[in-house]
Write a protein that binds this ligand. Structure first.
Ligand SMILES: Cc1ncc(C[n+]2csc(CCOP(=O)(O)OP(=O)(O)O)c2C)c(N)n1
Ligand SMILES: [Mg+2]
Length: 740
């Protein structure tokens, strides 16, 4: 572990002067740095003016953080290294090559705003050509994504074949770039170090020795909350110092020469393959948090003045004068040029076309690859049912469980596509792989064994265990997929998906939309879901799919049988959108719905329901583990009361097959929606509302729902049976509806 400390209170640009060089920086680089820092401040000032004139709608400044930005850009390489900045990194983006005009396009929300096309607030940087990856407003979500980005770079260096473009699936639309010794830079504020994801990211970067520079820009405030409230002892460097493999720096981040030297050392450590670096920079925040904040409410004048004395822009100006690098005339010339340029840029940005309302649906999903299309439809190719001498069918043609077919599909897709990676909790056969190699153990491969044998077949860099941290899984997968990998990750139980919710709601599904199609992250998330387990209880039985179908940008799939699971999983892996693939635990090894393996190219398109049985008297719309229960009820109803039920298995919940529902309800004039989740606000509510809205004139009876009670699922089987919808409940509801 290497540590270099510069006393932040020393606060002396003259450190560099005494050394009689500028830490390797030339005079011209320092002049350029001044131009960028001054530009950065002036873009902030211009936006503040425009906000006061109500010509822009939000402003957050990079003021006080400029020295860190120029230093990082000098130590790293745009379009080579990767950048996960945060909103204070205006100077960084300018120094990497973004222009004030582009930033002002963001401020006015112009159609040509390169970061988001007017979808995000200004200062939410994304510049694809510079490897500056789209960021959100959520503090800290970028950090785990940066980890995944660094992992992708390492993976591509070890698997160069995986970078090849392949026609016919998502790879056709994903250019992969990697350098072999690239660095991922991620920055954040002092307050953001309180987020759990920050610690998860440090842990993984350290453990995997990833080339990531964490840059904490400590202005001692998170809006109004001072650092000692956020950080035990008030100093984040002290808390993180125990992480192995890191290079640590704690510096005065208002001095670009000191900052450059520190970031150079950090970059050398990372590029040399020694592991990550942590740069803790003491900076200032001379403007309030944003234009919506007035810091005079919580910071006395004296404190604000002490900050102002360290302002990096005047300090660098003084330094250039003192060193004789520029005289007053030279400074004035730069400042005048910058002022004029920004004035002109602002005028131009204000005249730029704004996005048109009809574009709002663009890039919710991939514009390139439509997983509902016929290109994702293929016929099963079952193995011939050769009969062995003993009269038994060949293994390949015997019906297999859903668990078997998911495993085989994963195996075939991993073989076909080297970009497919699998990770999650317990998914590896054995993390201590020597145990397997020495044949001491057989290996686990998932708590439900769905990934069994995959690590042994494809190696530990393609199938591996994650820490027990769900945000870690989804955040890293998002960063990997942004770079072109195809992570197929597992969340062990739906009940434990919630630590990843920030990544699943505010990040993964909207990366494409918020960056106006500059970035995308088509991750597949397999999740074991559902009850009917006899003893699964509250925390191993939950459903909750409607929370995710309510998230634009996320495809949600929920197969009820082995064949559909195989076909839909293949579509999920080959498509270009993020997919939540819900696997019902109770169906994993059921007798119902078994199938021989349909071959390595079998696909089922998204959004196409299956009519499980045709009927004429009423329509039952369902999915997942309710399908076999509804079928049982429908058959009984037919037998005992001659009611003919049309049973529709949706298979895919977003998109869902409205055409199939409408065609059936128009025929039967009666509709029942059945689902395993608790009744109120559940998935069926949306379907019921649409039927009521659009098929009102075709209905002969009210639209009915059967679902779980509005409780969680209990442990004692008597209670579980009462809570979850049973075949008997479905039978009763169908009969009532038929008789209405
Ligand atoms: C997860 C989350 N919680 C709260 C907010 C609201 N918020 C925006 S910035 C901020 C303070 C961030 O402080 P710090 O990390 O120190 O960065 P600074 O703004 O000081 O540079 C807060 C609370 C948010 N954007 N995201
Ligand atoms: Mg702060």
């Amino acid at each position: 572990m290497a540590t270099t400390k510069v006393d932040p209170k020393l606060n002396e640009l003259s450190i560099a002067k005494k050394a009689k060089n500028y830490q390797g920086l030339t005079s011209q680089q320092l002049i350029d740095a001044y131009r960028i820092m001054f530009s950065s401040r002036r873009v902030d000032d211009r936006e503040i003016l425009l906000k006061r004139q109500q010509k822009v709608f939000f402003q957050i400044s990079g003021a006080g953080h400029e020295a860190m930005g120029v230093a990082a850009a000098l130590a790293l390489k745009p379009a080579y290294d990767w950048f996960y900045p945060y909103y204070r990194d205006r100077a960084l983006c300018l120094a990497l090559g973004a222009t004030p005009y582009e930033m002002l396009l963001g401020a006015v929300g112009a159609a040509d705003d390169p970061s988001s096309g007017g979808r995000q607030m200004p200062s939410h940087w994304a510049f694809k050509r510079l490897n500056v990856v789209t960021q959100s407003s959520a503090t800290g979500t970028q950090i785990l994504q940066a980890i995944g980005c660094a992992e992708a770079g390492r993976y591509f260096a070890r698997h160069p074949h995986a970078t090849q473009k392949v026609e016919g699936d998502y790879r056709q639309f994903k250019d992969v770039q990697f350098q072999g010794d690239e660095i991922t830079y991620v920055s954040l504020g002092d307050g953001t170090t309180s987020e759990g994801e920050f610690w998860e990211a440090l842990n993984s970067a350290s453990n995997l020795r990833l080339p990531v520079i964490f840059c904490v820009q400590d202005n001692e405030y998170a809006i109004s909350v001072p650092v000692e409230v956020q950080t035990s002892g008030g100093n984040i460097s002290r808390l993180v110092s125990g992480f192995p493999n890191f290079h640590f720096e704690e510096i005065d981040g208002t001095d670009p020469v000191v900052a450059y030297a520190a970031l150079r050392r950090a970059a050398d450590h990372c590029r040399g393959g020694h592991g990550p670096a942590f740069v803790h920079a003491h900076v200032i925040r001379p403007y309030s948090h944003s234009l919506s904040d007035d810091e005079r409410l919580y910071r006395p004048d004296a404190e604000r003045q002490a900050d102002a004395a360290r302002d990096p822009v005047p300090r660098l100006q003084m330094f250039l004068l003192r060193e004789g690098i520029l005289d007053e005339k030279g400074i004035n010339k730069i400042e005048k040029e910058v002022e004029e340029q920004i004035q002109a840029d602002a005028d131009r940005a204000l005249a730029a076309p704004v996005p048109q309302p009809e574009t709002i649906y663009n890039f919710v999903y991939s514009p390139d690859l439509d997983p509902t299309s016929s290109s994702f439809e293929s016929q099963p190719a079952f193995a011939a049912p050769e009969t062995a001498a003993d009269g038994k069918r060949s293994a390949a043609s015997t019906p297999k469980t859903m668990a078997d077919l998911i495993n085989t599909t994963l195996r075939d897709e991993m073989r076909r596509d080297e970009r497919v990676l699998i990770f999650g909790e317990d998914v590896a056969d054995c993390s201590r792989e020597e145990y397997v190699k020495q044949k001491l153990v057989k290996g686990k491969g998932g708590v439900f064994k769905l990934t069994s044998g995959l690590q042994i077949a494809f190696g530990s860099d393609r199938v591996f265990n994650s820490p027990l941290a769900e945000a870690n899984i989804i955040g890293r997968a998002t960063g990997m997929a942004t770079r072109g990998l195809k992570p197929v990750v597992e969340i062990q139980f739906f009940d434990y998906i919630w630590p990843a919710m920030m990544q699943l709601r505010d990040e993964l599904p909207i990366i494409r939309w918020r960056s106006n199609n500059a970035f995308s992250a088509p991750v597949v998330i397999r999740v074991a879901i559902g009850g009917y387990l006899t003893g699964g209880a509250i925390y191993h039985s939950q459903c909750g799919e409607s929370i995710f179908t309510h998230t634009p940008g996320l495809r949600v799939v929920f197969p009820s049988n082995a064949l559909d699971a195989a076909g839909l999983l293949r579509t999920a892996i080959r498509c270009d959108d993020p997919v939540l693939f819900l696997e019902h635990k109770r169906l994993y090894r059921e007798t119902y719905g078994r199938s021989p393996y349909p071959g390595p190219d079998y696909m089922v398109p998204f959004g196409k329901a299956k009519v499980v049985q045709p009927g004429t008297d009423l329509t039952v719309i369902t999915y997942g583990a309710v399908v076999p229960r509804a079928l049982q009820a429908a058959q009984k109803l037919e037998r005992e009361h001659h009611v003919s039920v049309e049973l529709i298995d949706l298979r895919c919940l977003n998109p869902f097959d409205w055409e199939a529902i409408a065609a059936s309800v128009k025929k039967t004039n009666r509709a029942l929606i059945a689902y395993e989740d608790s009744l109120s606000w559940g998935y069926g509510a949306e379907i019921a509302a649409r039927i009521a809205d659009q098929l009102f004139h075709h209905l002969d009876a009210p639209v009915k729902r059967v679902a779980a009670t509005d409780t969680f699922v209990a442990y004692q089987p008597i209670l579980e049976n009462a809570i979850l919808p049973q075949a008997s409940d479905l039978f009763r509801a169908m009969k009532e509806l038929a008789e209405f």
